[in-house]
Design a protein around this ligand. Structure first.
Ligand code: PLP
Length: 481
């Protein structure tokens, strides 16, 4: 890497990024594209000769940016927020410039040590208890690629732990090869499909328990216990339970505390808080993090969703790091294992599948340094406030209703005039440039408004509401004619 070249091309690239960022509000959220349309603009084989960088930047602006969905658009309210930020963007370049790979502490000492530091920072920020901090020297956290991967790793550990507990004489290796066909993982029918996938891939049977509406589709402990009893009677072995804090469709939160007795019963309880864990940073949700800390074996949340850290930043904490080490530790003669296992040297290669690891912690560190915990909290609070404003408007309205009582930055709504009108509303708002995600709630059409894009202001939410009202008034006039 030649510093002079980097400096010059870097400046040009930053200019292109700044132009793109400035243009986001004028670009539509959804792209009017057919699959394959974008790929056709590229040659079918890589260029043999190097290209001029100016040409590459031109292609970036002409062929790449236009094909990217505008997650940072003020009218982006689909899926869940995927907020990036200036420090998160710049940190990616710094990470690439360092260019080292975290195989083990020795291969990038700061990569490991900063991950230890930031995982404790984030845990403290969210109110995840000291047992899960690296400083406890028992628990700790690691950054993974995605929530789905975190859950897969955890479910493998749950399976192996269950075998080792059933037969303490088993060697570490033998524990992997035991018959797991009777082991069952329980989760809500509202859990994210990646939770189900994780259980299956880990070799566990999946028992989906129907969530009850009672406000917002959550698991009732007696339903879970009844399912377990039934399974036990059939010779099966309840092994793990995945609870959801902030379900993707409706933001439902399973009452973690209500499952405490099951945790005491040796079941591995994991909480998937991929989206909503960010809310624990706010006083009004803090007690939920406390409940999680008291009950669970492991918990994950995504820094890439509602947390300004950008993708990928999937945080995973465990109460006992030995549970991970028992499954993932492995080494080769070409890497000297470290004898001094200080808290700053947890050897993350022994905590999950990959050996080589990106220096993701740098991005998290830069985001926290840049915004401070106060800045992060006000960003998170903004979506909560915008969503409660919108909910209050819907409550007063004769045209719209909420099929469930959502929380955080999510609002679910539908027309009181039935599914057809809800679908028309979705089409109307899409035509107005909103990136909203139509969904089904209890088999009825609904719209999810997922707030949290950094550029979405209160004025944008008020405009959305007035656009909805305009649609409703037009409908009323038509019905009266
Ligand atoms: N869990 C929940 C509650 C989610 O909302 C999502 C994504 O929407 C996931 C898991 C999957 O996240 P990832 O893409 O990081 O695997």
């Amino acid at each position: 890497v030649e510093p002079a070249v980097l400096r010059q091309l870097g400046q040009e690239t930053l200019e292109a990024i700044a132009r793109f960022t400035a243009s986001v509000p004028t670009r539509g959220v959804w792209k009017d594209l057919e699959p394959g349309e974008l790929a056709q603009q590229f040659e079918t084989s890589a260029p043999e000769e190097p290209r001029d960088y100016g040409q590459i930047l031109q292609k970036l602006e002409a062929q790449v940016f236009p094909g990217a969905l505008s997650w940072q658009h003020p009218k982006f309210m689909a899926y869940y927020p995927s907020s990036t930020s200036v420090p998160a963007i710049l940190a990616e370049t710094v990470i690439a410039s360092i260019g080292s790979v975290g195989l083990q502490w020795k291969s990038n000492p700061i990569g490991t040590e900063l991950e230890v530091v930031v995982m404790d920072w984030v845990a403290k920020f969210l109110g995840i208890g000291p047992a899960f901090h690296h400083s406890s020297q028992v628990g700790g956290g690691i950054i993974q690629n995605t929530a789905g991967e975190s859950m897969l790793n955890i479910m493998i550990c749950a399976r192996v732990r269950a075998h080792r507990r059933a037969n303490p004489e088993l060697s570490r290796e033998e524990a992997f090869y035991q018959d797991s066909s009777k082991m069952v993982a329980y989760l809500s029918d509202q859990a994210h499909f990646s939770a189900e996938k994780a259980c299956r891939l880990a070799g566990l049977r999946v028992r989906k328990v129907a969530a009850r509406l009672e406000g917002n589709y959550t698991l009732n402990p007696s339903d879970v216990k009844a399912a377990m009893e039934k399974d036990r009677a059939a010779g099966l072995q309840p092994t793990a339970l995945i609870l959801t804090y902030g379900s993707t469709n409706t933001s439902g939160c399973d009452d973690v505390k209500a499952f405490k007795d099951l945790a005491e019963d040796d079941l591995w309880i994991h909480v998937d808080a991929a989206y909503a864990g960010a809310a624990w940073s706010l006083d009004q949700f803090r007690q939920d993090a406390q409940a999680v800390s008291e009950v669970v074996t492991s918990v994950n949340m995504n820094g890439s969703k509602w947390f300004l850290c950008g993708f990928d930043s999937a945080f995973l904490w465990v109460r006992d790091r030995k549970l991970l080490l028992d499954v993932f530790s492995a080494s080769g003669v070409f890497m000297a294992d470290v004898e001094d296992m200080s808290i700053y040297n947890p050897e993350f290669k022994d905590w999950s599948v990959p050996l080589g690891r990106r220096f993701r912690a740098l991005r998290i560190w830069m985001v926290f340094e840049y915004f401070g915990t106060s800045g992060l909290k006000s960003y998170i609070r903004q979506a909560v406030d915008q969503a409660s404003w919108l909910r209050s408007k819907i409550e007063e309205s004769e045209h719209f209703e909420q099929p469930v009582q959502t929380v955080f930055g999510l609002v679910c709504l539908r027309s009181v005039h039935g599914d057809e009108v809800t679908r028309q509303l979705a089409a109307h708002l899409a035509a107005q440039g909103y990136g909203l995600a139509p969904t089904k709630i209890a088999d009825r059409d609904a719209l999810r408004v997922a707030l949290g894009a950094t550029s979405t202001t209160q004025a944008d939410v008020e405009k959305l509401w007035s656009d909805m009202c305009e649609f409703a008034e037009a409908g009323s006039n038509k019905r009266q004619k």
